[in-house]
Write a protein that binds this ligand. Structure first.
Ligand code: SAH
Length: 350
């Protein structure tokens, strides 16, 4: 079956041309898909015969709401979507003064194995298609009735491990006839796949790259993030430097604060030294506790922040949105898997 939603406009044109259609049909179909049409019958400005043909040849992905949690504290909405093959992924809608941000997943599960992360328990099941990443934006907007102005790729999965699909998603979501979200309103977060960072740099996109650093030295970082065992902190920082030089875009460094692991003053000093001479910004994230992990949130987030600022490094503490609704990476999907195995239901039992 052909996946129309993952196609770029010119590919849609070619596809429809083969079906004997005029050029303008491509944009009609594109708009329907990007508005979240749930059947080809909805596409009322297409000839009936064409709709029938598309039904025969094409799939139309419409993720179903498996679970939805709304934070009473800040209105954050977390969706667990069921995909066409029964797999589930998460999307979070966050409300900020400057507009709504949607946090999307890029894979079903993840292969990176970070010690603190719920998404990687059970490994990667599969990559998401470009259209399935896009669906999270389209159907979050449709279900919530809210406009979306920013996107962060900080959900389940390692975006740069699904490079081509993620790139195609960015092109699609950026399109003026689609969601029309500017590259400067999009962040892509990576655990630090160096070759892919270089590849992304060469494209010169104006998006924000977030690098999940979490420790300033190889011994702690390798313990927390297996990806660091092959390519250490220094090599990663070199790639970050190149990224800035090539794109002119400052990198944002993510640092999840873990009690007694990466939150000492000495580590703040080392982090400051590592970032010296490099325009960047540190985002301190209070660790979200994951049931399967012994790691605990740090109690010295403010001290760590002040220590960094004493060295002239700008650091912000990320506001915890949706902390009453499991809004951390991968926790809702994980819970469904665990409950599925032990057969504890049910909808609304949170
Ligand atoms: N794979 C990408 C994006 C996914 S996660 C990456 O590694 O960047 C988005 C961010 O949340 C990453 O910085 C990740 O390290 C962080 N994160 C994952 N689990 C967390 C937890 N339990 N508490 C705090 N931050 C977490």
């Amino acid at each position: 079956m052909t996946d129309l939603k993952s196609m770029l406009p010119e590919e849609l044109e070619d596809y429809l041309k083969e079906l004997g259609q005029p050029k303008f049909r491509a944009m009609q179909v594109f708009r329907w898909l990007h508005q979240g049409a749930e059947s080809f019958d909805e596409m009322t400005d297409l000839p009936k015969a064409l709709r029938e043909k598309l039904k025969e040849q094409c799939m139309l992905t419409v993720p179903q709401v498996e679970r939805k949690q709304v934070s009473r504290m800040d209105g954050t909405v977390k969706y667990l979507w069921r995909l066409w093959d029964g797999n589930c992924v998460e999307t979070v809608l966050m409300r900020y003064k400057h507009g709504n941000t949607v946090c999307v997943s890029s894979q079903v599960g993840c292969n990176m194995g970070c010690a603190f992360c719920a998404s990687t328990l059970g490994g990667k099941v599969r990559d998401l298609a470009p259209g399935e990443i896009l669906d999270q934006v389209i159907f979050t907007r449709k279900d919530s009735g809210e406009a979306v102005s920013n996107i962060v790729m900080m959900g389940i999965g390692e975006p740069l491990d699904n490079f081509d699909h993620v790139l195609r998603f960015l092109t699609l979501v950026n399109h003026p006839e689609g969601a029309n979200i500017g590259m400067r309103h999009i962040s892509v977060s990576t655990c630090g796949l160096v070759e892919k960072i270089d590849k992304l740099a060469r494209l010169g996109l104006q998006l924000t790259l977030s690098v999940s650093l979490h420790a300033p030295d190889d011994s702690v970082r390798s313990r927390l993030m297996p990806v660091n065992r092959a390519v250490g902190v220094e090599t990663l920082m070199d790639a970050c430097r190149r990224y800035f030089e090539t794109t002119g875009r400052r990198i944002s460094y993510e640092y999840a604060m873990i009690d007694g692991v990466n939150d000492s003053d000495e580590q703040a000093d080392r982090l400051a030294k590592l970032l010296r001479g490099q325009p960047g910004h540190v985002n301190l994230i209070p660790l979200n506790e994951v049931a399967e992990s012994p790691l605990k949130p740090s109690r010295r987030v403010r001290q760590f922040q002040q220590r960094l600022e004493g060295h002239g490094v700008t650091a912000t503490v990320r506001r915890r949105l949706g902390s009453d609704i499991d809004a951390a990476c991968g926790q809702l999907r994980r819970r469904r898997i665990v409950e599925g195995e032990t057969q504890i239901p049910e909808e609304g039992s949170n």
